[in-house]
Design a protein around this ligand. Sequence first.
Ligand code: KG4
Ligand code: ZN
Length: 352
Amino acid sequence: MTPEAPIILGIETSCDETAAAVVRDGIEVLSSVVASQEAVHARFGGIVPEIASRKHAEVITAVVEEALTEAGVSWPDLAGMAVTQGPGLVGSLLVGLSAAKGYALATGLPLVGINHLEGHLLANFLRFGDAEPITPDFPLVCLIASGGHSDILLMRDLGVYKILGWTKDDAAGEALDKGARVLGLPYPGGPALDAAARQGKPTAIAFPRPQVSGSFDFSFSGLKTALVRHIQAAGAPDTGTALSNVAALSDIAASYQEAVVDTLIRNTTAAAKRFSAKQMLLAGGVAANSRLRTKFAEAGRKLGIPTHYPPLSLCTDNAAMIAAAGHFRLLRHGSDALDMDAFSSLPVAEHV
Ligand code: KG4
Ligand code: ZN
C-alpha cells in the first residue's frame, strides 16, 4: 500500500442490511458500518420488501456519515464510490443506488455499480482487524452461498469468472432458513440452526445429499421435503412448532445442516479438482456457518488445496466487499453512467 492509495466508499442495500464502508487500496478496511433490520423483520418471519426499502431510506445518510467518520476521512479524501446494483430486492437496491448517485452528483466522484456476488467473493482478500488477507492464486474456486445464491465460481483473474454450478431451486441459505422454520427455531434461521446443531449429532439421521447428475449444480428442495417428512414421522404436532424434546431437535438440526454442508463441499471440491484450483474459498452469509467452515478447511487439507474464508462480519452482507470490488472495477473499466439501473437478478458470470 502506498500513501496515495485510493480510498473508496462502498454502499450496500441489496437486502435487509444498510451498509457503508471505506476501503483503502481495495484491501484495507478503514470502516465497515452495518445497520441491520433483523429485528424489524423477525416478527414477520422473513424479509418484507416494502419495509426493507423504507428502513434503508431512513438510515442510509446516517450510515454513510458514520462510515466516513469511523474511517477518519472526508469527501475530498475519496477517489471514488461503489454501490451494489444487483442482484437483490429492487426497492432496496434503488435506495442505495439513488443515494450513491446523489453523492456522485454533489461531489463529482466517479461511481461504479457492483454485482453483490462479486463483492462476497472479494471479501476474502480484505484486511480487517486481526484478519490477514490472502493473495489470490489463480485459478481459484469459490463457493458463494447466501440466502439467494449457491454459486460455485471459477476465478481465473480479477473480473474473470465462470459459474461452474448453481442451484436449480432453493439456495443453501434458503434451505437452512426454511429448515430452521420447520424446526420452530427463531428468525433468522441460519444462525439459529447453526447454534442448535452444535448440541446435536450430525450422524443421528441419514438425510439425503442431493446430487444433480453430470454437473456441479445444486438442488435443495428435496432435502427440505425429507426434513418435513422426518418431523411428521417423528410425531411432531405440526411444522413450525418447536419440538418439545431438545435433544431430538438438536440431532435433527445437526443432521439436516450436515446434509447441506456435505452437499456444498462435495460439489465445490469436485469443481476445484476438475479445474486444478490453487485455492478454495468460501463466501456469502452461509460461509458464517461454523460446521461449513470446519469441514471446508478439512476438505482442503485432504485435497492439498489451501482454503480461506472471510471473518464472520465480512461473510454476511457488508459494504467493505462492495468498496473492494469497486476499487478494482474503477481501475479496469472506469466509472458507470449515472443513469445505471438496479437489477433483481444479475448473473455474475456465464454458467458453463
Ligand atoms: O449474504 P447474506 O448475508 O445475504 C444474502 O445475500 O442473501 O446471506 C444471508 C444468509 C441467510 O440465509 C442466513 O440464514 C445465512 O446467510 N447465515 C447462516 C449463518 N449466518 C448467516 N447460515 C448458516 N449458519 C450461519 N451461522
Ligand atoms: Zn449477500
